[in-house]
Write a protein that binds this ligand. Structure first.
Ligand code: GLN
Length: 205
């Protein structure tokens, strides 16, 4: 299995360390060509408007959508979750639309700029320590979006197909369970793709 971390801006190094600790060394992806051959990609926290500016140099939106359509898995955290959502508020800005969600940037406002919380995540067998840093907030979710974790009743960790998205930073607490969940999905994507390959080959021969 091969996975990468988008390394244009933000705390991509912490994600590389967590993945390494999980036994799957990832590559840092700085150009769209780096997506080739990957099964999964981490979209780290950052400043989403700066990220969008940095993405102007290359057709990142097209390539990331193609990566998703081709079976690639995503772990999208914070600014990454903003990037994958269908609709972004405060202010509105372009996004990939790979997750049927409306997300509000800096949704906790000034009253709590940053905080830590325990997120109960039955899918990984317990509570995950989460850092919310100028975090966004999911304001609406489509029917196909599963909620995997909440804080004070609000969804903060969701999944739609191969897209696992969260409004917090899981990489800072040294807990790799959400990364493992992503790696399982990436592994599954890889097996599916290999099966398709085999079928194509069988048909062609
Ligand atoms: N506040 C940032 C934004 O709106 C996201 C913060 C983060 O990724 N930690 O882009």
């Amino acid at each position: 299995m091969r996975v990468g971390v988008l390394a244009l801006q933000g705390d991509f190094e912490a994600h590389l360390r967590v993945l390494e600790a999980e036994g799957v060394p990832a590559i840092d992806v700085r150009r769209t060509a780096g997506l080739r051959g990957l099964d999964g990609l981490v979209l780290p926290g950052a400043e989403s408007t700066t990220l969008l500016n940095l993405m102007r140099d290359e057709p990142w939106f097209d390539e990331l959508r193609r990566f998703h359509a081709g079976g690639g898995a995503f772990l999208a955290t914070c600014a990454g979750a903003i990037l994958v959502s269908r609709k972004v508020r405060s202010p509105e800005q372009p996004s990939l639309g790979l997750l049927d969600a409306t997300i509000e940037r800096n949704g906790y406002g000034r009253q709590v700029d940053s905080f830590e919380a325990e997120v109960e995540v039955p899918a990984v067998g317990g509570a995950v320590r989460a850092a919310f840093i100028r975090a966004p907030r999911f304001r609406a979710l489509g029917k196909r979006v599963e909620v995997l974790g909440r804080v004070a009743g609000e969804p903060v960790l969701v999944r739609e197909g191969r897209v696992l998205a969260m409004t917090f930073h899981p990489e800072l607490a040294g807990d790799g369970r959400l990364h493992r969940l992503f790696l399982e999905q990436a592994g599954e994507s890889r097996r599916e793709r290999e099966r398709d390959e085999d079928e194509r080959r069988a048909v062609a021969s």
